[in-house]
Structure formats: C-alpha cells, structure tokens
Design a protein around this ligand. Sequence first.
Ligand code: PMP
Ligand code: GLU
Length: 396
Amino acid sequence: MAGELGGPRLAARMADVRESGTVELMDRARQLRARGQDVVSLAGGEPDFDTPAGAVEEAVRALREGFTHYVSSRGIPELRRAIAGKLQRENGVAYDADTEIVVTVGAKMALLSAILVLVEPGEEVISFGPAWVSYQPMVALAGGRLVAVPLRAEGGRFAFDEAEVQRAVTPRTKVLLVNNPHNPTGKVFSRDELAFLAGLAREHDLVVIADEIYEHIVYDGRRHVSMASLDGMRERTVTVNGFSKAYAMTGWRLGYLAAPAAVASAALAITQQTTTCATSFAQKGAVAALTTGGGAVAAMVAEFARRRQFLLERFRAIPGVELIPPEGTFYAFPRLPGDTPSTEVARRLLEEKQVAVVPGSVFGEAGEGFLRLSFSCSLGELCRGLDRLEAFFRGG
Ligand code: PMP
Ligand code: GLU
C-alpha cells in the first residue's frame, strides 16, 4: 500500500518516525514571516546570537586556504584534542582524543549513532517524559522502544520518582538516556539524582547516554554535573555534546560523542558509512570556539539569565498559567489552565495572536497540558511574544 502522499510503499519503520514537532514549527513560523506575517516565534531552540567571531574567522580562513576536502572521520585531530581538553577541564573526565572521541554532524548524529550502536531490535531505552522530540524516533530507527518515566511538576521542581524508574527497568532495558539540563522542562538534575541513576545503571548493567548539550546554560549559581564523572560511570557512559547551543552554531551542524573505545569505534564505522565526516572547515571554526569562545559563552548565558528573569516576572501576571522556573536551558514549560489539548492552544496562539510556541504533547504523553516557550530570542521579541500570550490568556 502506498503512503498518505501516494508514491511507493514506505518501510514499516517509518510508522514510528514522524516529522519533528519542534523543527516543523520553526519552519512554519519562518514561512509565515517570509509571507509578511508579523509572527513572534518562541518555538525554536536556537540562540539568536552570532557565532563567536573567532570561530567564524577560523572557518573562513580554512575555506580560503582550501581546507575543503574530506577529513578524518573521527574529526580533525586538533578539534578532538580541544574536545578532550574541554572534557577534562570542565567535566572532569579523561578521554583519549585518538580513540574515544568522534566528531559528528550535529549532536543529533552523535545521538543516533550511539543509539544504533547500542540498541538491538526489541530492546528498551529508559528516558524521562516529557522527552525531547527526537529521542523516540531515533530509538525506533534502531528497532527499540523508548520508555518514558514521567517528570512531575511537584514542590516547585520537575522530579522523578525513584521507585518508578526502578520499575521501568526490565530484562530488555539496555540504555538510560539522560538529557541534562533537560529539554523541554529546564530541569537540571542534581548530583544526588544523577548518583541514583548511576547506581541503577551499575546495578542493571545499563549504558547511559548523557545528552549534555545545554550544560553551560544553567541559572542561579547551579553547576552542571557530568554523568561520566561519577564513580564507575566513565566506562558505561556515552557523553553527547555539541556546538549548537553554547556557541550559537546551530547551522554549522557539529557535535560529538565521547565514549570507551569500543563504542567510539562502532560510532566511527557509522560515520564512515553515512556522512564520511563532519564538514571540514566548520571543524576549524569549532576549535576556535572551544579554545577562545569562553567569554562569548558567558555573555550569552548572562543574557539568557536576564531573559529568564524577565519571563518569570511577566508570567506572574498571566492568570491561571503555572510556571516552574527553569533551572537550565532556554526553555520555559508552563502548565496550561483547563484541559484544552496543548496542540489546540498552540494552534490558536499562532492563528489568533501570531505567536509560535511548541505544544507540550509533541514531547510525549507527559508533556500534554503544557506549552514550551523558548527564550532564545531577543528581549524585545520575548516582550512582544509575552504581551500576546498575556492577552490570549486574559481572553483579550
Ligand atoms: N539534544 C537536545 C536535547 C536538543 O534540544 C538538541 C537540539 N537541537 C540536540 C540534542 C541536537 O542538537 P544539534 O544536532 O543541533 O547539535
Ligand atoms: N533542539 C531544538 C528544539 O528542541 C531545535 C529543534 C530540534 O532539533 O528539535 O527546539
């Protein structure tokens, strides 16, 4: 039988792989703007800042100097060394730049590679729900199943129930996928929470995929703790990170994974057989981002903190909408009043108020009843968006 759009019959695996709710909304807001509509987009997880100048200069220089050919599938050696240095310095974990690090096309390809390398058909991956939109489809591509343990909004924080995580473990569980800081709730997992999860991984012989792409974006003096730095975890953790969020390099499509050599070698084989390598000149820019971009990251995080403060203040005046302050990331995940489906609220917000937000339900069942707003846009845009949201919820 042909698919919905006609044409050839699609592979059965595509039943579980739909378009990304976040990327689709970003595209829709972009299209409406291109048609001249005054749409405020609080949908996309994409920093509005320019990439740090040093990174741009190095990439341009590399292009001009003809650094435009295939490079090592592991990533250029100077970038792998810079990543190893960063992981040691900031995350307290030592990795061998020659055998344990693979540079990928965005953190997305690092995640997909890690999942394909580890998950057999029929095996389960435990994560937390709401879960970032791409985890479930990636696990489905491997033939596995994502089991989402709910994060509940209780006592002013999003938290999981330890017994519930324990109960989710079955003989088929292979991987624990921990996104910290967490998209979409903004939760930053505490050291104690991570230690519990690490203990569970050790007890049941699970591998942890630690998606730490928002690690720098934390608030109120919090510190991000890396899963691989906990006792006995380096050998059973795949750390995934990238340049999109901290360095405002979304379009560069650069990420990486760090893992014990056997996992890294398997991920390398996937890279060689699919993308060959991440873009050569972009990698030159990324070296500069890692080695000289610290000041730019701090300035961006300070600006995110200002926007977050502004958003928290504005939300106090929005009736009926409860917002747990995000501890990290640039997302706010307010709970909606009433029981109108979040897709319906998001649709009306776009049609009636021209403000794009992501319905919580795209992050799975546990996200229903919430909206995700991104404050990765300018304070002016954020202010315009919040004016419209406030008018909407006041019924104006
Ligand atoms: N993980 C999470 C939780 C994300 O929100 C994103 C957003 N794009 C990614 C991974 C992938 O980032 P990228 O592929 O742009 O490096
Ligand atoms: N990660 C961002 C988000 O959640 C960008 C879009 C995507 O890759 O999902 O909005």
